[in-house]
Design a binder for this molecule. Structure first.
Ligand code: PLP
Length: 408
């Protein structure tokens, strides 16, 4: 196989898809700049604070910038929220009370959320222990869209939160663009304005020109070591939404009565601002990497989802390797081309909480950041690998060549 020729062919095929992405990047960069200008962001907003953090101007302005970008009334953006799961959990515990029901409109949620809800395991402090019940509606039309009549039929008097997961996560379902959530958001709010519609927006920010809050979602939640941190934010997560949702969530973030008024950060806020500024570009680089990989493996006759030229709503690329040896070689090739830990050789291992062995490649500057190039896969037929991230397209392309060489 002539790898250089294969990649060159794939790249030619992707040209018009790449051009469309760059248009979106320009529009989203303009949206970020408009939000920065509207909040008059200046160097003083980078200044660290200590202790309670009363009057932390950097923190408050960053939250207002996020609120503007999401077309939301307010936002919580904090380095102190450990990861995406922590922010999603915070959101659920803020909105739900004992006796309430949580309804997932997109089938089984992301792995770690199953533990938070109490669907799997028996982790102390989960929602089930607090007396919150759970129900889910499967996606319709071969897992491509939300079953709106099904969701309406599943609403109970005690349903308090409807959860929509934007990304495919690690399932063979479609991801959802924000406009595809509009119908269910409006239908639920029309009959039950009291219900909070919450979107797990992880992996989705800046892929489209809008976010789910622009269509009436009550709150959008995501990690800063994925898209919205632009590869520069060292940690943290955000929640953006309606005041009626944020007011409840901020009481759980710190304490009732304290809310968002406290919380210091003893390092500079600069990487959060600069990361947000970079995010539309970084996300485009990651998407180009995913699309090049999709096209390359399609040319090799393998099954990919989404197809290289399909509309996208998250940065994840699934590729069916069909064979355990190919899968392992692919993941090892990605690792070997990482900027960090390039000499580590990934092997399948028994990861706690997973039924099958798992193999992962991640050589990242920010520990575990999946906006940086990473690949992971459970060791089971049809040996599907999930590829995501890439801070630069050049790195994505080099890593893809490395993976193809290992597979050859
Ligand atoms: C990444 C992710 C999460 C949260 O994961 P963390 O690793 O805790 O940040 C939740 N849902 C989806 C769809 C995700 O992609």
């Amino acid at each position: 196989m002539d790898i250089q020729a294969l990649i060159a062919q794939a790249e030619r095929d992707c040209a018009s898809v790449f051009a469309a992405l760059e248009e979106t990047e320009i529009k989203n960069t303009r949206r970020v700049l408009d939000a920065f200008r509207a909040e008059d962001i200046a160097a003083r907003h980078f200044a660290p604070t200590t202790g309670y953090g009363y009057d932390d101007v950097g923190r408050d302005a960053l939250e207002r910038v996020f609120a503007r970008l999401f077309g939301a009334e307010s936002a919580i953006v904090r380095p102190s929220i450990a990861c995406g799961t922590a922010a999603l959990s915070l959101c659920l515990f803020g909105l739900l009370l004992p006796g309430d029901e949580l309804l997932s409109a997109t089938g089984t949620p992301y792995d770690t959320m199953e533990t938070v809800i109490g669907l799997s395991g028996n982790a102390p402090g989960n929602l089930k222990e607090m007396g919150v019940s759970y129900n889910q509606v499967e996606m319709a039309d071969n897992q491509t869209k939300i079953d709106v009549p099904g969701v309406l039929a599943a609403l109970k008097p005690n349903t308090k939160v409807v959860l929509i997961q934007r990304s495919r996560g690690y399932a063979w379902r479609a991801s959802l663009r924000p406009e595809e959530m509009k119908e269910v958001i409006e239908a639920v709010h029309a009959v039950r304005p009291d219900i909070f519609i919450m979107v797990d927006n992880c992996y989705g920010e800046f892929i489209c020109e809008t976010e789910p809050t622009h269509y009436g979602a009550d709150v959008c939640v995501g990690s800063l070591i994925k898209n919205a941190g632009g590869g520069l934010a060292p940690t943290g997560a955000y929640l953006a939404g309606a005041n009626r949702a944020i007011a409840r969530i901020e009481a759980r973030l710190t304490a009732p009565g304290l809310g968002r008024e406290v919380g210091s950060y003893a390092a500079s806020y600069q990487p959060f601002y600069q990361g947000l500024f970079m995010a539309p570009h970084t996300v485009t680089q990651a998407l180009k990497t995913a699309i090049l990989a999709a096209r390359t493996f399609e040319l090799l006759g393998m099954k990919t989802t989404p197809a290289y030229d399909a509309p996208r709503a998250d940065i994840i690329q699934a590729i069916e390797m069909g064979d355990p040896q190919k899968l392992i070689a692919f993941v090892q090739g990605i690792q070997a081309a990482s900027p960090i830990d390039a000499s580590a050789v990934p092997e399948p291992w028994d990861m706690p909480g997973y039924t099958d062995q798992v193999i992962m490649a991640a050589g990242t500057f920010v520990g575990g950041a999946s906006i940086e190039l990473s690949a992971d896969a459970p060791m089971r037929a049809p040996y599907t690998v999930y590829l995501q991230g890439g801070l630069t397209y050049a790195h994505g392309k080099i890593a893809l060549i490395s993976a193809l060489e290992k597979m050859a």
